[in-house]
Design a binder for this molecule. Structure first.
Ligand code: PEP
Length: 251
């Protein structure tokens, strides 16, 4: 059985004190979630060490929201994988649409980042997803397949054990518009097929694929009931511990 995961992407929200309080609240409620559902929080870089302390001994794992595309050196403002690992991260999100859209993150750069993350012992949540124009032009399957191939076909079946994919249609992120369960399921099934073609059925069957885009307690149950949807990457609804935990109880 592949792993179910609910991950909270806090984006550029909360002060350190607010982030610590949110992490504490998540830890307090984490016991209400099923044992087979993994929980991850992804606070801003500045919060990682403090939040790592709060998460110690709980089932909640820690993720960064990004990492540098170099190992170390003269890259002002960047944060390297070994820094994230030493701050207590087990994961990093990579390729979020906001990084692709506002910070010029390309698939080529992502190959390097995934390589460095895995080499440094971090697991990766790789985000893919089409924008509204691409969906309206009927190109969503192609766009998502290409993003998946461009990055992940540079890796091995063994590497895939440390990678989770998050399908996040850009038109659904932070907009209140959720993909229907059927729209999400058909893309998840497509991603799994792409992975199966390259790495084989067993790797594809084991791959956790999350849905992200205005996922909340009121729609999580329907989305998570789909056979290829293994959980969620949650933005807005992860900023309140009770809604984040409610989502994780929706399986
Ligand atoms: C996200 O940014 O990863 C996300 C899914 O955001 P939201 O849940 O707010 O749409």
């Amino acid at each position: 059985m592949r792993k179910k995961i609910v991950a909270g992407n806090w984006k550029m929200n909360t002060t350190v004190a607010e982030g610590v309080a949110l992490a504490k609240a998540v830890v307090e409620l984490a016991g209400q979630t099923p044992d087979n559902v993994g929980l991850i929080v992804a606070p801003p870089f500045t919060h990682l060490c403090c939040v790592a302390d709060v998460l110690k001994g709980s089932k909640v794992e820690l993720s960064a929201q990004n990492c540098a595309d170099h190992e170390s050196g003269a890259y002002t403002g960047e944060v390297a994988v070994n820094m994230l690992a030493s701050a207590g991260c087990q994961w990093t999100i990579l390729g979020h649409s906001e990084r692709r859209q506002y910070y010029g993150e390309t698939d080529e750069k992502l190959v390097e980042k995934v390589r460095l993350a895995l080499a440094g012992g971090l697991k990766v949540i790789l985000c893919v997803g089409e924008n509204l124009d691409q969906r309206e032009a009927g190109k969503h399957f192609d766009v998502v397949s290409e993003q998946t191939k461009n990055v992940l076909f540079n890796f091995t079946a063994e590497d895939m054990k440390s990678i989770v994919i998050a399908y996040e249609p850009v038109w659904a992120i932070g907009t209140g518009k959720t993909a229907t369960a059927q729209q999400a399921e058909e893309i998840h099934a497509c991603i799994r097929k792409v992975i199966a073609e390259k790495f084989g059925e067993a790797v594809a069957e084991d791959l956790t694929i999350l849905y992200g885009g205005s996922c909340k307690p009121s729609n999580a149950k329907e989305l998570f009931a789909e056979k290829d949807i293994d959980g969620g990457l949650i933005g807005g609804a992860a900023l309140k511990a009770d809604s984040f935990i409610e989502i994780a109880k929706s399986f």
